[in-house]
Each structure stands twice: as structure tokens, then as C-alpha cells.
Design a protein. Structure first.
Length: 252
């Protein structure tokens, strides 16, 4: 049975609603996204809306993730979109790798003053710096090496953030470290360029839910339209979506 860290009824909807993310908006996210959120992973980049000290509405975009508090309740932390990535602690060569989308190994100081090594990478959608302890990724790389019969040189290349293209049943497949993925390692059919361009899971332009629709613009930004605000175009798209779903169900 699949184990999840959180249940949907634990999501702190009241807190999210203070930032413009209503329960209806969250529940209208695709099921695979809700599963990832309940697994404790980051949400997609979503629009938020808050009021500043002068009462003005400020709009922004952010990811969020659920966390478990000491008393057992669920809370939420936000990872807002930054104008630029905070990279002062990294040297010039490391910054160059990070800006190229690659993972690096860096030393960080923990809350108790100890030093440990982590894999570091920039989330291209938020400019947030992500980090994962090296033993976690190293273990997954070891499993990968055993499955694909990779040598030491190839594994070192992956550890240094270099995606690697392999031939699998005659077709090119590229693998590399991606700290946004579940295991920290992402596969992509095609060459390294395809790997760099691939998003973990592409959204359709229109994603209809029970209460409204998530719409993706040409820049990949998601915005929510409640059903009562549907335009004629959205109603037509909903009809097309329903027809596609019916056709798919009939052919199962």
C-alpha cells in the first residue's frame, strides 16, 4: 500500500486561503500533483495574493510544501519566486555550473553548527536554491549504476552535474541529477538538449477540475479561473475536454 506523509484533509486550507489559494483551487489540481503534495514534495509554482501594510493587494508566485509540526499537525512553508538566486556562498566556478542548471556538491553549516556536504541545484521556476544531503543522492546513483552497469567515470560525471546520454534498446535516453524529482535523478527520452528542455510533467493549456480551471499561459505560468468566470472560450474547451474523456473511456 502506498504510504503518504499527509492526508488531503490535513492540508491547512485556512492558511493557504490567506494567500489567495482556496480549497477549491487546491482540490482542482491534478491528482498526481495532490499525491506529490501529500508526499511532502513541493507544489507547482502557483499564483498568490496578499495585502501589504497599506492594504494594497500584492500578487506573486510561489511553491509551497507541507510540513509536520512537533504537535503532529500539518503546516505549510512557501518557496516564493525570487528575482535572482542567492549564490554568494559559492565560488565563481560553482555559480557558473548552477546557472547552467547543473547540480554541484557544496558544504553547508547545519543548525547545530556542524558541516555537511549536500547536492545543490537551482529551481529554474523560482530561482530558489535546493539542497539534498549527498548520501541520499549517492545511494540512488549507486542503484542506478548497478542497474545500468555504469562505471566510476560515468558516475563521477553525474555527481558533477553532467547529464549522460545512454542507448536503451537502441534509443537515446539521458539521465542526470534533478533535485525536484522524487529520487533526485531524472530520465528523459532523447539527448542532453531534450533533458534540459524537459519539465518533470508538462501541463495542458487547460486543466479542468470540479470548481474551475487551471490555465497555463505561453510563459508556463498557471492561473486559476473559477467556473462562474468562464469565458465562452473556456466553456468550449471544457466541452472538448469532456468529449475527449468520454472517447478515451469508451476505448478502454
Amino acid at each position: 500500500m502506498k504510504q503518504t506523509q499527509f492526508e488531503l484533509n490535513e492540508v491547512p486550507y485556512q492558511t493557504l486561503e490567506r494567500f489567495g489559494l482556496t480549497q477549491e483551487m487546491i482540490e482542482d489540481l491534478p491528482m498526481h500533483v495532490l499525491d506529490e503534495i501529500c508526499d511532502g514534495r513541493h507544489s507547482p509554482v502557483l499564483p498568490v495574493r496578499v495585502h501589504d501594510e497599506e492594504g494594497e493587494t500584492v500578487e506573486s508566485r510561489t511553491r509551497f510544501a507541507l510540513i509536520r509540526m512537533e504537535n503532529g499537525s500539518a503546516d505549510v512553508v512557501f518557496y516564493p519566486v525570487l528575482k535572482s538566486s542567492p549564490m554568494e556562498r559559492y565560488d565563481e566556478a560553482q555559480q557558473k555550473q548552477l546557472l547552467a542548471g547543473k547540480a554541484i556538491v557544496a558544504e553547508v553549516e547545519t543548525a547545530d553548527g556542524r558541516h555537511s556536504k549536500v547536492f545543490v541545484q537551482i529551481d529554474p521556476e523560482t530561482n530558489q536554491v535546493m539542497s539534498v544531503p549527498t548520501p541520499i543522492i549517492a545511494r540512488n546513483l549507486q542503484v542506478l549504476a548497478e542497474e545500468l552497469h555504469l562505471g566510476t567515470v560515468e558516475i563521477k560525471g553525474l555527481q558533477h552535474g553532467e547529464p549522460m546520454t545512454l542507448a536503451v534498446e537502441g534509443d537515446p535516453v539521458t539521465v542526470g541529477i534533478d533535485l525536484k524529482s522524487r529520487t533526485g535523478i531524472r530520465f528523459c527520452p532523447g539527448d542532453e538538449q531534450k533533458w534540459k528542455e524537459q519539465t518533470k510533467r508538462e501541463w495542458d493549456k487547460y486543466t479542468f477540475g470540479c470548481y474551475g480551471c487551471w490555465v497555463m499561459d505561453d510563459d508556463g505560468n498557471l492561473d486559476y479561473v473559477p467556473e462562474e468566470e468562464y469565458t465562452e472560450e473556456l466553456w468550449n474547451e471544457q466541452k472538448k475536454s469532456a468529449e475527449r474523456n468520454r472517447t478515451a473511456a469508451l476505448h478502454k
